[in-house]
Design a protein around this ligand. Structure first.
Ligand code: ATP
Ligand code: MG
Length: 246
């Protein structure tokens, strides 16, 4: 199908995506669109293929079949730099390089041969609710919550309109968890950033998600609003979300 002929060009669209490694099929069929400017919660049992799907959408790995489109363009046709700029990713524990928070924030730009101005750095930490003083701190001495905020800020350097999040609050205390949720929801609302958010915390998924993808065994079994997910006749989906995604 020629995606350009569609009236609406979704930020992220998957067509019959498969991924296998060492003869093992991990993603057997992933087809669907991520609604622009919304938060999509990607949920499903452990081993369903959620992280693998996110890595495919970020170009870290390539599908063995099917196509992934970013803003209407085949992912394989985008240069690695363009892809990194359009699609940001934050993981459960994003590694920090040796140095200050400033050094870490500058990293994505240094990779593009650019530098980060003091003003840009100050704006970035402000956007994620950290005091400017944090910029000169050793990045590896931050608390878990601060670290995740720096990881998010580092992704914001590129002003990506698509943000992929993998279990970013899994190891945080309740207060930091709430701050990060508010931060992401705020970014989404204020800047129309399209978010795909993997979480095992179904209460969190229900709080932040406007749209849901439920994966099991390498397949997107159900997609849509909470009501549409509850109306799914797929038994695995029913078992997984029963009474929890409310
Ligand atoms: N490089 C790899 N080589 C072999 N198997 C892999 C590889 N990467 C992932 N897998 C397998 O693919 C399946 C899906 O893994 P994935 O990490 O995507 O699941 P997940 O839904 O993110 O799970 P979790 O919720 O536990 O994080 C798992 O069975 C995993 O063991
Ligand atoms: Mg995972």
């Amino acid at each position: 199908m020629n995606i350009e002929e569609n009236q609406v060009v979704n930020s992220l669209r998957l067509e019959g995506v498969q991924y296998g490694v060492n003869g093992k099929q991990i993603i057997t069929d992933a087809t669907g669109s991520i609604p622009d400017g919304q938060i999509t919660a990607l949920i499903g049992p452990s081993g369903a293929g959620k992280t693998t799907l996110l890595k495919l959408c970020n170009g870290l790995i390539s599908p063995t079949a099917g196509e992934i489109y970013i803003e209407g363009k085949l992912i394989g046709d985008l240069s690695p730099i363009t892809l990194r700029r359009r699609v940001g990713i934050v993981l459960q524990s994003s590694p920090m390089v040796k140095g200050t928070v400033y050094d870490n924030l500058e990293l994505p730009l240094r990779l593009q041969g650019k530098t980060l101005s003091d003003q840009q750095a100050a704006e970035l930490v402000e956007r994620v609710g950290l005091p400017a003083a944090v910029l000169t701190q050793d990045a590896r001495e931050l608390s878990g919550g601060q670290r995740q905020k720096v990881s998010i800020a580092r992704t914001l350097v590129n002003n990506s309109k698509i943000l992929l999040l993998d279990e970013i609050t899994a190891s945080l205390d309740p207060e930091s968890l709430q701050e990060i949720e508010e931060l992401i929801v705020g970014l989404n609302r204020a800047e129309s950033v399209t978010v795909v958010w993997i979480t095992h915390n179904l209460a969190q998924a229900a709080r932040v998600g406007e749209n849901f993808w439920v994966m099991a065994d390498g397949v997107i079994r159900a997609a849509g609003t909470k009501e549409q997910i509850h109306a799914s006749e797929d038994e695995e989906v029913q078992r997984f979300v029963k009474g929890v995604l409310s």
